[in-house]
Design a binder for this molecule. Structure first.
Ligand code: HEM
Length: 556
């Protein structure tokens, strides 16, 4: 009582301060349990969030693919979790996932070190086709991208894709003769980077030759940069990303700290982005300069990277050399305003990032699946051999006659989708779908990996059965339940992958050209999927790679 008497005798300001502190501490404690969001999402089940961190530790340690499977089994088709402070609803139902993708056209921002950038770097992020959330800007930009993927352009790209596959074949031949394994995932990464180099910038990167020590230092840096941007895309990459994910109010402080006292993750991310951005930016300026000078030549050498616009590109597009970049700087927004250099650079940067690892993974996983199934591979070889001469180029017209190749690719991308989930965020209003109301601001994830492996959508879902995609086969009738939204490897709706025709053509030409000459023997320890140690956050990939020894089909 005496102690209480002491408190009541204290001056008013002390009491007010103590109550203020008590209220602050109580609110800070309560805030960590996410009471408001939990209440608003109370009808949707999900794991109990840890104080402040939510389910972030589990998510980061297990990866999205694994954890979404586990939670899906436990909580059903639609579940919620907290990624730090951020509520996320996962829609593991094909029809619903499709509806969300079709009806919401805004995508939530990435986190990781990229979200800590300030100033010009942050502005640069906002105008990329993938990352922009401005609907009018997005519409205008997407229509500027589309001509790059029309049939005339794809016909021209097919030449560059054949060149890429040929270069890779030279490397594989060497390995085959020496009976030496190689990391085909990594090797496909070099190939797709080279193809993006020609298609997006009109330059020859020749990163594949890195394996033979012939490439330019700049090209090697570019590959490093693209890999690093993916590798530093999660909260794990820097000490500054986690606090902001858990307590967003700390983000401005984290941005300042990251700017003045960058840790290794931030340094790597900044360095990688600088390399990519400055290379792309130089190429943009060079293209612009040439355009202004009325030159018809290709983008000139930049940072020592060899120039090479193809004749075909020049012819198909008239005045411009015809790379994506030159096309982009020549484009106009729907309001008649020209695309600025920064905007064009940001698109080329997006092209490079979006088109590199994804396609490489699709290719590597297709080889993986085929190497585990002799019968399917023989069937594919028969189709490929029906093209005739094994040294002959493969073009779009040939691909139209190769349904089994397409089925193999589609089936491998079903089992191993390069993008683990697609994402949307309704920014201005609550969103209702099939009886669920999802408050505005909530992130919504469509778990592509899980939808494509679900028993509800596919019979024998974990088996590689390309026939399920071939019309009229017993497998198609019995095993592909044709649920709309069950195959979403390229997403859906207005934010669907803009590069899908390009990616599919590139993957099919590469596979056809390689299987004309090689088969692949998986290295021991990888026959079982567990041996791959799949890693997933936004993208899916093997931990170290996929190791195979190429085998020449006929001695050349
Ligand atoms: C196998 C290869 C690829 C896969 C699996 C893939 C997958 C995806 C996915 C899942 C999305 C999100 C769609 C959504 O939210 O609904 C996406 C978007 C996008 N992809 Fe791809 N992609 C691939 C190749 C490419 C290539 C080669 C390019 C560039 C040429 C590219 C450029 C883009 C862009 C710019 C977007 C954003 C589109 C928008 O927001 O409107 N992708 N991709």
């Amino acid at each position: 009582m005496e102690a209480l008497g002491g408190i009541t005798d204290a001056p008013l300001w002390v009491l007010a301060s103590l109550s203020g502190i008590a209220i602050f501490v109580a609110s800070a404690i309560a805030y960590g349990f996410h009471p408001v969001a939990r209440w608003r999402l109370r009808k949707i089940p999900g794991p109990t969030p840890a104080w402040y961190q939510g389910s972030l530790p589990e998510l980061l340690s297990k990866g999205t693919a694994v954890v979404y499977s586990e939670w899906g089994e436990k909580y059903g088709k639609v579940f919620k979790y907290f990624s730090g402070a951020q509520p996320v609803v996962v829609v593991n139902d094909a029809e619903m996932a499709r509806l969300v993708s079709l009806r919401i056209s805004t995508r939530h921002e990435f986190r990781g070190p990229g979200s800590l950038f300030i100033g010009k770097e942050a502005e640069f992020n906002k105008v990329g086709l993938f990352s922009t959330n401005n609907k009018d800007f997005h519409r205008s930009m997407k229509s500027a991208w589309l001509p790059v993927f029309n049939s005339a352009s794809l016909e021209i790209s097919s030449k560059e894709m054949n060149i890429g596959a040929n270069r890779m074949a030279a490397i594989l031949t060497k390995n085959a003769r020496e009976q030496r394994e190689l990391n085909i995932w990594r090797q496909f990464g070099h190939l797709t980077m080279d193809v993006v180099g020609s298609a997006a910038f009109g330059v020859e990167l020749r990163t594949q030759d890195a394996e033979r020590g012939l490439n330019s230092e700049e090209a090697e840096k570019l590959v490093w940069a693209a890999q690093t941007i993916f590798a530093t895309a999660s909260e794990k990459a820097s000490i500054y990303t986690y606090p902001g994910a858990v307590l967003p109010v700390l983000n401005p402080l984290m941005r300042v700290l990251a700017y003045y006292f960058p840790d290794d993750g931030i340094k790597r991310a900044v360095n990688a982005r600088n390399i990519l951005r400055s290379t792309v930016s130089k190429l943009t300026q060079e293209s612009r300069r040439q355009q202004q000078a009325g030159l018809k030549a290709a983008a000139a050498p930049a940072v020592n990277i060899e120039a090479s616009a193809t004749e075909g590109r020049k012819k198909a597009r008239g005045v411009q050399p015809g790379s994506f970049l030159s096309l982009m700087i020549d484009s106009k927004h729907q309001d008649g305003r020209g695309v600025s250099d920064d905007e064009a650079t940001s698109q080329a940067f997006t092209f490079l990032l979006a088109g590199y690892e994804t396609t490489a993974s699709a290719l590597a996983f297709t080889v993986y699946c085929l190497s585990k199934s002799q019968a399917k591979m023989e069937k594919l070889l028969q189709e490929i051999d029906s093209l005739g001469d094994s040294n002959r180029e493969v073009g779009p017209a040939d691909l139209a006659r190769m349904p089994y190749l397409e089925a193999c690719l589609k089936e491998a991308m079903r089992l191993y989708p390069p993008g683990v989930f697609s994402m949307r965020q309704s920014l201005t209003e609550d969103f209702t779908v099939k009886g669920y109301t999802i408050p505005k601001g909530t992130w919504i994830h469509m778990p592509i990996f899980n939808l494509q492996r679900s028993e509800e959508n596919y019979g024998r879902p974990l088996e590689f059965i390309p026939e399920r995609w071939l019309e009229g086969t017993p497998e198609e009738t019995a095993l592909n339940r044709k649920v709309p939204g069950s195959w979403m490897a390229f997403g859906e709706g207005t934010r669907v992958c803009v590069g899908q025709r390009f990616a599919l053509q590139e993957a099919k030409i590469t596979l056809a050209r390689l299987y004309q000459r090689f088969t692949f023997k998986l290295s021991p320890g990888q026959e079982d999927e567990a041996g791959l140690q799949l890693q997933s956050f936004f993208t899916l990939g093997p931990k170290e790679g996929i190791f195979v020894t190429p085998v020449l089909r006929t001695e050349e």
